[in-house]
Design a protein around this ligand. Structure first.
Ligand SMILES: NC(=O)CC(=O)C(=O)O
Length: 309
């Protein structure tokens, strides 16, 4: 995505993250439940010091479908969004997009609608795609998971998103009136270049819907988020589904938020939660002034990964 426009001034805002439970085989029920949780988050229900209406609400990865490569083709919806082109939600064929747009509009908040399996009508390829809505209900950005979750840890977990999905091929961010927010999805967090590019494109906050599991979660979920926050001096957050031991894939949960110094501001356990946190630009400016790595990089020794995009 182009960096032509300067990032908006970073202003204080309230973030709400929904660690969604009850993600079943019934898509309509999943959408209904997600909508009611968005309404609850918008009315200030949940944990955390901030009470009252959030400025942005976030859902987790794969919020409308069970998580697994066999499910993606069954649940996939065509979105048809093109960056830089107007999108008419009313004529969208995606029931998830319609619900999320209406929910954002009725709550009057920004909504990062987690991710859903997406089918591109032009070539039938499937993607794991996050969608973002303005408080007016416009679909303003999407992010297709760039790095597919293909792992094999013998005796623990084998997962191959590439059995049915294709990886996205762009970095993504969106501008609000309070921050430029960079996007990734789950496994994308393991690739520091993506977060570095977002930060150098001016993002002050990075939010990745994600669904780590009970093998990699305890080892890497918090570590990777702290690392991405500190190495880019940004706020960093991942929003997980709640753990469901009746599902085939056991999500780690533990939705959390790191500040730019690597201080964890809030963390859920593994059940269903709404988390509220205040994001203060002061910590961002202090981190960058105190440890000025953003101006000390040696692009004469190594290349700037954000150049040439
Ligand atoms: N589910 C993912 O995409 C990533 C994950 O669980 C991990 O990296 O570990």
């Amino acid at each position: 995505m182009s960096t032509a426009l300067p990032a908006p001034e970073f202003k204080p805002f309230n973030l709400a993250l929904i660690q969604l439970g009850q993600i079943t085989a019934d898509k309509s029920a999943n959408l209904k439940h997600a909508r009611s949780m968005i309404q609850k988050a918008a009315s200030g229900e949940g944990i955390g010091e901030v009470k009252g209406k959030p400025d942005i609400i976030v859902l987790p990865e794969c919020f409308n479908s069970p998580y697994g490569h066999v499910h993606f083709p069954v649940y996939a919806e065509t979105i048809g969004f093109k960056h830089g082109q107007a999108y008419d939600v009313q004529s969208s064929v995606s029931e998830s997009v319609k619900m999320l747009s209406e929910a954002a509009k009725e709550a009057g908040v920004w909504l990062l609608g987690g991710s859903i399996p997406e089918r591109d009508a032009s070539d039938d390829k499937l993607y794991n795609t996050a969608t973002v809505y303005s408080p007016q209900g416009e679909l303003v950005a999407i992010h297709r998971k760039v790095h597919l979750f293909d792992i094999d840890i013998p005796g623990k977990i084998k997962f191959k998103e590439s059995e049915t999905l294709t990886g996205g091929s762009t970095t993504s961010f969106f501008d609000t009136e309070f921050a430029r927010i960079g996007l990734g999805i789950c496994y994308d967090v393991r690739f520091p270049e993506l977060a570095a590019i977002s930060a150098r494109q001016g993002c002050q906050v990075l939010i990745y819907p994600g669904a780590f599991n009970t093998t990699t979660g305890p080892l890497h979920w918090e570590l990777l988020q702290r690392a991405r926050a500190v190495d880019n001096q940004v706020y960093f957050s991942m929003c997980s589904p709640a753990r469901d031991l009746t599902a085939k894939y056991h999500a780690w949960g533990h939705t959390l938020v790191m500040d730019p110094m690597g201080v964890k501001l809030i963390e859920a356990e593994d059940g269903e939660y709404i988390l509220h946190v205040h994001i203060d630009p002061k910590a961002f400016h202090e981190a960058r002034a105190g440890i000025p790595v953003t101006t000390q990089r040696r692009f004469d020794v190594y290349p700037d990964v954000s150049k040439g995009l």
